[in-house]
Write a protein that binds this ligand. Structure first.
Ligand SMILES: Nc1ncnc2c1ncn2[C@@H]1O[C@H](COP(=O)(O)OP(=O)(O)OP(=O)(O)O)[C@@H](O)[C@H]1O
Ligand SMILES: [Mg+2]
Length: 230
């Protein structure tokens, strides 16, 4: 459950978000809108990467501004560019770091790393230098590193933008349906320009010029958005 009330964000005197209010109980949430409309800023307030100037953001009953540590544990964040997220020299080490951060007992880490690599099709790349992975493999590793921490909510900011058709499809399937292996987040919020991906969500939010201008059935919100560009 996400509750956003009177949310505003101002940076160095520039207003980026204003008057955003919405309650989201839906399991899969799409966020769409033009470049610069405030989507990423909104997404970043959900786990405390950006602190509201006004109003409040509550996720899973946690007030994000008041309890930033709990919020970061509950809300995983996947960036567009996996290079921003992969911290260790190899996939195996990167996943081990995430598991240790999630306080998984040391003796379980190796098994859990192997399981996560297999789950995301990376078992053949465990010890390969992370910089040498393909873009798709990097994004899968970044997703794996977020999901091994078993966040209750996953926020993904344009997770398919840098991927080819096959990998974009795979990433979309993982975000929307999970893979039936590991536990899936209760809620996934996906910021995207991929309107086919947005259409697979349960609800869509549209931002315009720093404001939330529609919330509803993705088919309706997307149709109205497309109609403006015809
Ligand atoms: N730190 C900052 N200082 C000043 N302006 C900022 C800052 N961060 C974001 N902005 C501005 O706020 C607006 C919204 O940015 P945001 O990144 O949220 O847009 P977006 O909807 O995610 O766009 P895109 O689709 O291009 O990713 C943009 O005009 C951006 O330049
Ligand atoms: Mg953005």
């Amino acid at each position: 459950m996400i509750r956003v009330d009177g949310l505003g964000v101002e940076v160095d005197g520039t207003r980026i978000l204003a008057d955003v209010a919405v309650d989201l109980a839906e399991s899969r949430v799409a966020v769409i809108g033009a470049n610069g409309s405030g989507k990423s800023t909104f997404a970043r307030t959900l786990n405390g990467l950006i602190v509201p100037s006004e109003g409040s953001v509550e996720v899973c009953g946690i007030d994000v501004a008041r309890e930033p540590k709990r919020a970061r544990d509950a809300v995983g964040f996947l960036f567009t560019n996996p290079d921003a997220q992969i911290l260790m020299p190899t996939p195996a080490e990167d996943l081990a770091l995430s598991l240790r951060a999630a306080e998984v007992p040391r003796r379980e880490v190796a098994d859990r790393v192997r399981a996560a690599l297999a789950r995301f099709g990376l078992e053949g790349h465990a010890e390969q230098p992370a910089y040498s992975l393909s873009g798709g493999q990097k994004q899968l590793l970044a997703l794996a590193a977020v999901l091994v921490r078993e966040p209750r909510v996953l926020v993904a900011d344009e997770p398919t933008t840098l991927l080819d058709l096959g990998n974009a499809r795979r990433m979309a399937d993982l975000l929307i349906e999970g893979d039936g292996v590991g536990s899936a987040p209760e809620q996934v919020v996906v910021v995207t320009h991929d309107l086919d991906l947005a259409a697979r969500c349960d609800v869509a939010l549209r931002f315009d010029d720093g404001r939330l201008t529609s919330v509803g059935d993705p088919a309706d919100v997307i149709d109205a958005y497309r109609a403006e560009y015809v």
